[in-house]
Design a protein around this ligand. Structure first.
Ligand code: GDP
Ligand code: IMO
Ligand code: MG
Length: 426
C-alpha cells in the first residue's frame, strides 16, 4: 500500500514547509529529510513556543515518531549537535533521531570555500547561506566527499588529514584562512564520537517501516525554483528539493509515494540573488515584510517580496507532480485592497507561460498581472473554509483554476492551530 506523503516547497524556499510538516506529522510514523543541509531554516510554532530547525526534521517534537536524515542530506555535525543540545534543554529527548551512514559531511573547509567562492564572484554572487552546501555537494559529485560512515570509522584520521591538506591548498590559492590540520582533526574526532550513536543504515530502516505499513512523511528543504536541475540556474542550491529528489535522497522507491503536497505562500518571497519577475518594492511590500516578519530564519537577511506567480506554480506543479497545495500566510494579505496574481510573462513581445532555461531570458520576463479584490477581515482565527471572507475564497479559487491543483490546506497564522484543512491528507 502506498503510504508516503511528501511536502515540497513550490517557490524559492521559506514557504512554511516546517509548519506543514509538523502539522501532518501528528499522524505520521516517520519524518524524513532527503536533501539540503543547514541552509534550511524551518519554523514551527505550537503551545506558545517557536522553534527554528535547520537540520533536524520537523517531527522531532513527537516522541513516537522516528526522524531520519536521509542519504541525500549534507550533514553539518556541529549544527546537528547544537540543535540536539537546544532541543534537550527545552525538554525534548531527541532519542528519536537517525542519520544515514551514506550522508555526506559538511566540514569547516566547506564553509570557508563557500565564502571564498562567493567573494570571487563579486557582484555576480549567488547569495548563498555560506553554510558550505555547494562545496560539500561538489565533493560528493566529484567523488571526494567524506561520508558519515567514513567519519565514524577508524580510518577517519587518515582520510580527514589527507583531504584537509588538499583543501588547505585550495583555500590558500583563494587567499583564505587555512585550517590547522591536527587541531581540526582532534575536534572532529570528538564530534564523530558524539554523532556515532545516531548513525544507522536508514535505507533498511525506512524500507522496513514501509513493509510494516507505517506512514512516512518526507520534508523538503528549499523549493522548486532553487532546484539544481529545475531552478533559476545558477542562482539555485546544489540539491534536488523537488519531488524527484525524495527517492534519490532516501532510498525509498517512487511506487511508495501517495501524495505530493506543494507548499506555497499566498504571495512570493526570495532571499539571495537571482531574477524574481513579480518582485516589487513599495508600501505594500514593506507591509507584507513586517507583518509576516519576512527575514531569513538562517541568515536573518530581509526577504525580497513579490506577488503570487502563477507561472512558477504551474511549473512547480509539473516538475513535482503535485497532488495538492497548502496555501500559506493568507492572513498576511488581509487589508490589502488590490491583490495581484501573475498569470503569464511577456518576453520580447511574446506572451509565455513557462520558465525560460537561460537566466538572462528569465531576467527580462515581465509579469502579466490580473488584479483581484482583497478583504479587510482579520482571518487568523478562522477555523473552517466556509467562514473565510468571500474575496479570500475567490482568491483561492482563482489560484486553483490557474494552477489546476486543489488547495487542500489553508494556513492563516504561524501556529499549528491556525490551519484549515479542506481535504484529509494523512
Ligand atoms: P520553511 O523554510 O518553508 O519551513 O519556512 P520558514 O519557517 O523559513 O518561513 C515561514 C515563516 O512564516 C515562518 O516565520 C513561519 O512561522 C511563518 N508562517 C508559516 N505559516 C504562516 C501563516 O499561515 N501565517 C503567518 N502569518 N505566518 C506563517
Ligand atoms: P528553506 O528550507 C530560502 C537560497 C540561498 C541562495 C541559494 C543558494 O528554509 O526553505 P545555498 O546556501 O543553498 O548554496 O544557497 O539558495 N536558499 C534558501 N532560500 N530558503 C531556504 O531553505 C534556502 N536554502 C538556500 O539564499 O539564494
Ligand atoms: Mg526557511
Amino acid at each position: 500500500m502506498k503510504n508516503a506523503i511528501v511536502v515540497v516547497g513550490t517557490q524559492w524556499g521559506d514557504e512554511g514547509k516546517g509548519k506543514i510538516t509538523n502539522y501532518l506529522s501528528q499522524k505520521a510514523d516517520v519524518v524524513v529529510r532527503y536533501q539540503g543541509g543547514d541552509n534550511a531554516g524551518h519554523t514551527i510554532q505550537f503551545l506558545g513556543n517557536t522553534y527554528a530547525l535547520h537540520v533536524i526534521p520537523s517531527g522531532v517534537f513527537n516522541l513516537h515518531i522516528k526522524n531520519v536524515l536521509g542519504n541525500g542530506v549534507v550533514l553539518n555535525p556541529k549544527t546537528f549537535l547544537e540543535e540536539v543540545k537546544n532541543l534537550k534543554a527545552k525538554g525534548f529527548a531527541c532519542d528519536n533521531l537517525y542519520i544515514s551512514d551514506r550522508a555526506h559531511v559538511i566540514f569547516d573547509y566547506h564553509k570557508e570555500l563557500d565564502g571564498l567562492n562567493e567573494e570571487a564572484l563579486g557582484t555576480s554572487k549567488i547569495g548563498t547561506t555560506k553554510k558550505g552546501i555547494g562545496p560539500c555537494y561538489t565533493d560528493k559529485m566529484s567523488r571526494q566527499g567524506i561520508r558519515v560512515c567514513d567519519f565514524i570509522s577508524k580510518d577517519f584520521e587518515n582520510i580527514y588529514k589527507t583531504t584537509l591538506k588538499a583543501k588547505n591548498k585550495q583555500i590558500a590559492r583563494l587567499h583564505g584562512q587555512t585550517i590547522d590540520v591536527e587541531a581540526s582533526y582532534a575536534e572532529y574526532q570528538q564530534i564523530a564520537n558524539e554523532i556515532k550513536p545516531y548513525v544507522t543504515d536508514t535505507i533498511s530502516l525506512l524500507n522496513n517501516e514501509v513493509k510494516k505499513g507505517k506512514k512516512l512523511l518526507f520534508e523538503g528543504a528549499q523549493g522548486a525554483l532553487l532546484d539544481i536541475d529545475f531552478g533559476t540556474y545558477p542562482f539555485v542550491t546544489s540539491s534536488n528539493p523537488s519531488g524527484g529528489g525524495v527517492c534519490i535522497g532516501s532510498g525509498v522507491g517512487p511506487t511508495n509515494i501517495k501524495e505530493i503536497i506543494g507548499v506555497a505562500k499566498a504571495y512570493a518571497t526570495r532571499v539571495g540573488s537571482g531574477a524574481f519577475p513579480t518582485e516589487f518594492e513599495d508600501e505594500t511590500s514593506k507591509y507584507i515584510r513586517e507583518t509576516a516578519h519576512e527575514y531569513g530564519t538562517t541568515t536573518k537577511r530581509p526577504r525580497r517580496i513579490g506577488w503570487f506567480d502563477g507561472v512558477v506554480l504551474k511549473y512547480s506543479a509539473n516538475i513535482n507532480g503535485l497532488t495538492g497545495l497548502a496555501l500559506m500566510l493568507l492572513d498576511v494579505l488581509s487589508g490589502i485592497k488590490k491583490i495581484k496574481v501573475c498569470v503569464a510573462y511577456r518576453l520580447d513581445g511574446k506572451v509565455i507561460d513557462t520558465i525560460p532555461a537561460r537566466i538572462s531570458d528569465f531576467e527580462r520576463c515581465e509579469p502579466v498581472f490580473e488584479t483581484l479584490p482583497g478583504w479587510d477581515e482579520n482571518i487568523s482565527n478562522v477555523k473552517d473554509y466556509d467562514s473565510l471572507p468571500e474575496n479570500a475564497k475567490k482568491y483561492i479559487a482563482f489560484i486553483e483554476k490557474l494552477i489546476g491543483v486543489k488547495v487542500v490546506i489553508v494556513s492563516v497564522g504561524p501556529d499549528i492551530k491556525q490551519t484549515i484543512v479542506r481535504e484529509k491528507i494523512m
